[in-house]
Design a protein around this ligand. Structure first.
Ligand code: PMP
Length: 430
């Protein structure tokens, strides 16, 4: 029963466009009523009707330690009693920056912002200011937030809602964003040749997580790195999803690759609104007030967000064994699901890297946006709703990654596989 969610959704649509504050939540591509959530603890969510779900979204990544993680809750409570915002420097943000520099390879300086969008938007402004060039290259189906420059061939909700051209993004802005298929180096080389000396930055999700989960092909990231070095292009890894999730040092550590700038969001805020961008001193000191590339924020580095992020990162820093554990939980689930789909003779592709994964129903490998778009969405819809009915909360679109948390216990994984088995039986019976 989700009567209360239905009532709330109706009321929400009176006051909030589409009833939600961010599009993917609206269940547009799978249909039905989004669940209105009331509270959460560990691996579980509770909706407004009191139903319990095992969570595989985890706020789209941030809750890697599970919901209401005790040390984070305590730190937030203590800070809230002291101050929630000064708009002035604090010791806490210095320690936060120092911890990030300690954890992430190849960076010397960090600027805190309030979302992944802000981080990516600021990073390309910085790359443009640093190089004196205008154009950027991004990849089809990658999502870097909702800044104008990124809403060209974007993934996530833009793909889910199938919006080809976003009204409000001017042609002048869009023409400076060049796009290439993910995992395709030769198109990138062609773009660079065509626009010699004009490209400020290449921005890429090191593991794509906004068209389902798609790993980088062998040599793809290394090839981009090589091209950027050769052409004086700033290489930006968008680590909003992968940062502190693939490893303590994110994709740079996981894939042994060096970026010029990295952007963060999600885990870095421990569930509060935080983003950051980081890089070498030489590039970062172009940012105001050290340099002239302007970037600012009333709430940037605010103590409540910093304490949630700092406490989360410190837990990850102190417990590196957590990453192997998460990877093992993910592999267990992936292997289990493969078995279930195999018995049902259902074609599926289950991509996974670290604790990110996704399911596409197709016999063809999912390597880019075109292959992701070719998967069977009708079957995905059925799978999604049948799992939801059994208390398993999955992303409501095949164009999103699942994110596992360390709070998931063996019995949760087994319950999930049992639900998948029942789901396949139900689908086969239709
Ligand atoms: N980059 C990536 C890779 C993302 O996945 C997202 C959001 N899912 C963003 C940027 C934008 O972050 P935010 O929603 O915090 O603005």
């Amino acid at each position: 029963m989700n009567t209360r969610s239905q009532q709330l959704f109706e009321r929400a649509r009176q006051f909030i466009p589409g009833g939600v504050n961010s599009p993917v939540r609206a269940f547009k591509s799978v249909g039905g009523t989004p669940l209105f959530l009331r509270d959460a603890k560990g691996a579980y969510l509770y909706d407004a009707d009191g139903n319990r779900y095992i969570d595989y979204i985890n706020s789209w990544g941030p809750m890697i330690l599970g919901h209401a993680y005790e040390p984070v809750v305590t730190a937030i409570q203590r800070q809230a009693a002291s101050s929630t915002s000064f708009g002035a420097p604090t010791e806490l943000e210095v320690e936060m920056a120092a911890l990030i520099v300690e954890m992430v390879p190849h960076i010397e300086m960090v600027r805190m912002v309030n979302s992944g969008t802000e981080a990516c938007m600021s990073a390309i402004r910085l790359a443009r200011g640093y190089t004196g060039r205008n154009k950027i290259i991004k990849f089809e189906g990658n999502y870097h937030g909702h800044a104008d420059s990124f809403l060209v061939s974007a993934g996530s909700g833009v793909a889910t809602l199938n919006i080809q051209q976003v009204p409000g993004v001017t042609p002048a802005v869009a023409q400076d964003t060049l796009t290439a298929p993910y995992n395709n180096l030769s198109v990138v080389e062609d773009l660079i040749d065509e626009h010699k000396g004009e490209i400020a930055a290449i921005i890429v999700e090191p593991v794509a997580g906004n068209m389902g989960c798609i790993p980088p092909a062998e040599g793809f990231l290394e090839g981009l790195r090589r091209l950027c070095t050769r052409e004086g292009i700033v290489f930006i890894l968008d680590e909003v999803m992968t940062g502190f999730r693939l490893a303590r040092g994110g994709a740079q550590e996981y894939f042994n690759i060096q970026a010029d700038l990295v952007t963060f969001g999600k885990i870095i805020g421990g569930g509060l609104p935080v983003g950051a961008f980081a890089g070498s001193r030489a590039i970062m000191e172009e940012i105001a007030p050290a340099g002239k590339v302007y970037q600012a924020g009333t709430l940037s580095g605010n103590p409540l967000a910093m304490v949630a992020g700092y406490t989360t990162l410190k837990e990850l820093y102190n417990h590196p064994e957590l990453y192997a554990r998460l990877q093992q939980k993910t592999s267990y689930l992936v292997e289990g699901l493969k078995g279930v789909f195999g018995i049902g003779n259902i074609f599926s592709q289950i991509n996974h890297v670290g604790s990110m994964m996704s399911v596409h129903f197709t016999e063809y490998p999912i390597t880019d946006f075109v292959s992701a778009s070719g998967a069977n969405n009708e079957l995905f819809k059925k799978f999604f709703h049948a799992m939801l009915n059994r208390g398993i909360y999955l992303p409501p679109s095949a164009f999103e990654s699942w994110f596992l948390s360390d709070a998931l216990a063996q019995e949760d994984l087994d319950r999930t596989l049992e639900a998948a088995r029942e789901t396949m039986e139900e689908i086969a019976a239709i």
